[in-house]
Write a protein that binds this ligand. Structure first.
Ligand SMILES: [Zn+2]
Length: 149
């Protein structure tokens, strides 16, 4: 750990700022997500005294990439688990979440970043698949499918 010279912590005022890997221990609000934790190696100046992380202007793009990567990995994991656990195909998941299978395919290949709402819906779908049709299809829009004869 290298000591970062001449940097004083903005929170506690101490000069205990060192370069530290913040993987799995630091995050911040990002886009429409209230909080995203960094899950890859990322070295940032951190105050050893109070834990405050200092964001240098030069690191903004790197941090943005790390947070985007964390969301894309989470999305890929959610989609893979939903497919495996409930035997659903992308076309089924698309129907349940109101997006296209093509868009889900891009999410699976980490080509796009989903909204916070879609992540929430996928999280519910993973644990409680029976809830999602009810959420995505209000009763008055449902097609009658049973016992029509
Ligand atoms: Zn501090």
């Amino acid at each position: 750990m290298n000591r970062v010279e001449k940097i004083r912590c903005g929170e506690c005022g101490k000069k205990d700022v060192t370069e530290q890997n913040v993987r799995d221990q630091w995050g911040m609000p990002w886009r429409d997500f209230p909080f995203v934790k960094v899950e890859s190696d990322l070295v940032l100046p951190m105050c050893s005294h109070c834990g405050n992380v200092i964001i240098p202007a030069s690191a903004v793009d790197t941090i943005d990439n790390a947070l985007q990567n964390a969301i894309q990995n989470l999305t890929k994991t959610l989609l893979s688990e939903i497919k495996k656990k409930h035997g659903l195909k992308l076309v089924n998941i698309a129907k349940l979440t109101g997006v296209t299978p093509e868009y889900l395919s891009m999410l699976l290949n980490k080509k796009k970043v989903p909204s916070f709402q879609l992540i929430q819906l996928l999280t519910i779908l993973r644990s409680h698949p029976e809830m999602v049709p009810e959420l995505s299809t209000p009763w008055h829009l449902e097609m009658p499918t049973k016992n029509l004869a």
